[in-house]
Design a protein around this ligand. Structure first.
Ligand SMILES: *Cc1c(COP(=O)(O)O)cnc(C)c1O
Length: 861
């Protein structure tokens, strides 16, 4: 409530400013504290004042009144009012950081999949309900206003969303943190479905202006590319290295506020924009300068234009390496400038800053920090290495070879000539270390060296330099230690640790599912908002018929909400009383959406053959973006839509089966989807999904999981038990041993299972593509006829199919027992506590970062 009080105070003071005809940014006529003191007499939220502020904002910004403002203008006006409140806490937090000089984590990530800010900020300011009611009174629906906000989709999928959840938890727990990333002008593409095919449309998320960002030109830095390195010796005989004839851009940060939950802490996400360094003017250049100026201008424009829409897959694109170096260099420069405000001795840096590298994407940070310490701060190599290796830590996100970043040395050296020299020296010293420990063992060098085979191996550099290497779920970390990174584990066992991923309950329950959130609060109190393990008290209600009924009504209301969304966006009627069976996540072969849709085809065959069979009506819901160049992924989307066309239009099956592909899966519609799910599909090939976080969001919202023993599913199973989850398929050990022995033959499975054979044949017999029987040939081939260099059914879809179908049959049977199902759903919620990102962040703090909490007190402000 404190915050609501201050919201009111702040809004009153705004009104006062406006009454005094002070415009935003001008000096207050009254001392600020005096205004505040005056307003503290009545410490309740005033809807009147809020509405007055919104209408003043509309007047000042658009010359409009509430009645003639568009929804977008209302969104902007409301957001400005909310931002103004945040600003006070942001300033106060910065003041505490300046005064206390705490150690700070810089969370470096190429992606932050933030989702919308307005609703989340209101939740974390604990002012959502009041603002909703205030808007209601003037006939404005807060949901419609929130829908005006574009998703800042500065990420692909799980990795970027993890970074966003971490930012929320860091602020809520009161840990000083900066997120460091890129302000892509175009976020993740918007997906349109046309004739069943995915079309990628640019996502111009900044076109109306984004109210929750702040340009900070005073913290801009130069970042240099290309040219050559000039060596010179000074009068003391010391070597100096200088990059010459380079191109450079200016990195300009935009800060976004990260509001902690009800604690006055506001951290910053700094995302970097690129601007040309020289104001470009025609007259002042001779021809050579002119060309260079054009190049620099283009470099700046291109650098932050696009987010590469690849998930768990990298192509060695030059521009991507430039992006990485760009935001890493700028972030480190800003971090060091902050450090130097308080300190002169760089040996103190590890006590004040830690750089957490989210996957290999920012790992050029290792060499960049070394470069700055050696070249610009004139430290010895050994001192610089000592500092660097106590400041950087690395999170591994995958074991899949195609996702591990490797750069051709030629590109790396040409773009970053001095940084390359540093990498070369790090590598030289490390290879000596390998040779000392394993004399004559070239295999070890081949596997562990940073430079090998003409490539720079970023993961290897991160492991050599990082003082911590963590996986993102227990199983994943064990696979890293025992298989993928075994050689490194033998050399540096102390570096390896696990940090099982988590999600923030503020967004994925409090905001996404207000009905369930309120219900949980009524049952167990509001403590779960900052301590998710409090939900374990719901265990006491799992058997209660009343609680089960209340839960069922909430779930149904959320299904009606999703059904409405589907009707509006897809034009399909779905039955809220059918089982909502959902698979939403990036489209990737290892996630096996293909197995899911093959199973739908299988069910359809069975219902057609036996219309009176025992079958509980089911709606299969998919949502997934495919990387633009990923053929099999895009064909799978087309297949899902083609199957949907046939099944949804077959009156003979009486609506028992429906298939829906939700266009443009993103955080904002994800929130609606999770809340409405009965069944959560987490069916990756065991060993391939490092953790998954979608699985946790479903669990939080009371869906039952059908899944493999992969990633964090394993730990969910440990928490919730076999009775409340549907596990199927090969174990990761089985998968890995088949991979090592090359002894899996999907044709055997195909030959021995007539029903499955029929389904697979339907890919190429025109059942779902009457006008082009070859349309799905590639998918068929991926299972049975591998093309050059590929492996048949690499993701063991046929091997796991029968076990999957059996688990699905169990779901069908179990759902009919309403009481049992609801009990299991409640037990899922009651056991979700471990999967809060608050828990994850506390573990990072305890084991890796060693930060102290800050307290921000607004009483005197
Ligand atoms: C949570 C989330 C993901 C990650 O989902 P997984 O099932 O773990 O792959 C991807 N995209 C969005 C929008 C999400 O919210």
């Amino acid at each position: 409530m404190k915050r609501i009080g201050r919201l009111m105070v702040r809004l009153l003071s705004l009104q006062l400013k406006n009454n005094n005809l002070c415009t935003r940014g001008s000096i207050n006529l009254l001392p600020f504290s005096a205004i505040r003191r005056n307003m503290m007499r009545d410490n309740t939220f005033s809807k009147k004042v809020f509405i007055k502020t919104v209408s003043d904002n509309l007047k000042n910004k658009y010359r409009k009144t509430i009645d003639d403002a568009t929804q977008q203008e209302l969104y902007q006006a409301v957001s400005e009012a909310v931002k103004d409140v945040i600003m006070d806490e942001w300033i106060a937090t910065q003041r505490v950081m300046d005064k206390d000089d705490p150690k700070v984590v810089y969370y470096m990530s190429m992606e932050f999949l933030m989702g919308r800010a307005l609703g989340n900020n209101l939740i974390n300011l604990s002012a959502y309900k009041e603002v909703k009611e205030a808007l209601n009174e003037i006939g404005v629906d807060i949901n419609a206003i929130e829908d005006q906000e574009p998703d800042p989709a500065l990420g692909n999928g799980g990795l970027g969303r993890l970074a966003a959840c971490f930012m929320d938890s860091l602020a809520t727990l009161g840990y000083p943190a900066y997120g460091c990333g890129i302000r892509y002008r175009y976020g993740m593409f918007k997906q349109q479905i046309s004739d069943g095919f995915q079309i990628e449309v640019p996502d111009n998320w900044l076109k109306d202006g984004y109210p929750f960002e702040l340009r900070r030109p005073e913290y801009c830095y130069e970042v240099k590319f290309g040219g050559y390195v000039q060596e010179s010796t000074d009068e003391n005989g010391e070597l100096h290295f200088e990059q010459k004839d380079y191109q450079s851009v200016l990195a300009v940060p935009y800060d976004m506020p990260i509001v902690g939950y009800d604690n006055n802490v506001v951290n910053s996400l700094m995302i970097w924009d690129a601007e040309p360094k020289n104001g470009f003017s025609l007259e002042s250049f001779d021809q050579g300068d002119y060309d260079k100026a054009v190049e620099q201008e283009n470099l700046a424009r291109n650098l932050v234009e696009v987010l590469y829409p690849n998930d768990n897959h990298v192509k060695g694109k030059e521009l991507r390496l430039k992006q990485q170096y760009f935001f890493v260099s700028a972030s480190i420069q800003r971090a060091l400038a902050r450090f130097k405000k308080h300190h002169s001795d760089l040996k103190d840096l590890p006590n004040k800053a830690v750089f957490q590298m989210n996957d290999t994407h920012p790992t050029v940070a290792v060499a960049e920090l070394m470069r700055i310490l050696v070249d610009e701060e004139h430290l010895s190599w050994d001192d610089a290495w000592d500092i660097t290796t106590r400041c950087v830590a690395y999170t591994n996100h995958t074991i899949m070879a195609e996702a591990l970043e490797k750069w051709p040395i030629e590109i790396f050296q040409r773009l970053l000539p001095r940084v390359y020299q540093i990498v070369d020296e790090i590598n030289r010293r490390f290879v000596m270390q390998i040779n000392e420990r394993y004399p004559g063992n070239e295999d070890k060098v081949r596997k562990m060296a940073i430079l090998y085979d003409g490539q720079v191996k970023m993961a290897n550099m991160a492991i050599v330099a990082g003082y911590s290497v963590n996986g993102v779920a227990k199983l994943h970390t064990e696979i890293l230690k025992n298989q993928e990174l075994h050689d490194f584990y033998e050399m540096f066992p102390e570096k390896f640790n696990n940090k099982t991923n988590g999600i923030t309950q503020r967004r994925f329950l409090a905001h996404a599912n207000p009905l369930l959130a309120d219900w949980a609060t009524k049952k167990v109190g509001a403590g779960w908002i900052t301590d998710l393990t409090m939900l374990s008290k719901l265990k006491a209600y799992a058997d209660s018929p009343v609680a089960q009924q209340e839960f069922a009504e909430i779930k149904r209301a959320n299904k009606v909400r999703l059904a409405k969304y589907i009707k509006e966006h897809n034009g399909i009627d779905v039955n809220p009383d059918s089982i909502f069976d959902v698979q939403v996540k990036r489209l990737h072969e290892y996630k096996r959406q293909l197995m899911n849709i093959l199973h739908v085809m299988y069910l359809y065959n069975k219902i057609k053959e036996n219309p009176s069979m025992d079958f509980y009506p089911r709606t299969f819901i998919f949502g997934a973006k495919a990387a633009a160049g990923y053929r099999n992924a895009k064909k799978t989307i087309k297949l899902i839509n083609s199957v949907a066309d046939v099944i949804n239009n077959d009156a003979s099956i009486d609506g028992k089966l429906k298939v829906v592909f939700i266009e443009d899966y993103k955080v904002s519609n994800a929130e609606i989807i999770f809340a409405a799910a009965d069944v959560s599909e987490q069916i990756s090939t065991a060993s391939k999904e490092a953790s998954g976080t979608g699985n946790m969001k479903f669990m939080l919202n009371g869906a039952l999981t059908i899944g493999t023993m992969d990633g964090a599913n394993v730990e969910m199973f440990d928490e919730v038990g076999a009775d409340n989850m549907f596990i199927f398929g090969m174990s990761s050990d089985e998968v890995i041993s088949h991979e090592n022995r090359h002894d899996y033959n999907p044709v055997d499975v195909y030959n021995n299972d007539a029903e499955l054979r029929k389904v697979v044949n339907q890919l190429v017999d025109g059942t779902y593509s009457p006008n082009d029987h070859e349309l799905f040939r590639e998918l068929y081939n991926s299972l049975l006829n591998p093309q050059q260099g590929q492996v048949a059914d690499r993701y063991f879809i046929l091997a796991d199919f029968r076990s999957y179908a059996n688990a699905q049959q169990k779901i069908n049977d179990y759902y009919k027992n309403k009481s049992a199902w609801r009990k299991s759903a409640l037990l899922n919620i009651a056991h979700v506590g471990k999967f809060s990102s608050d828990r994850t962040i506390q573990e990072y703090v305890d084991d890796i970062w060693h930060l102290d909490r800050i307290t921000v007190n607004m009483a005197g402000v």
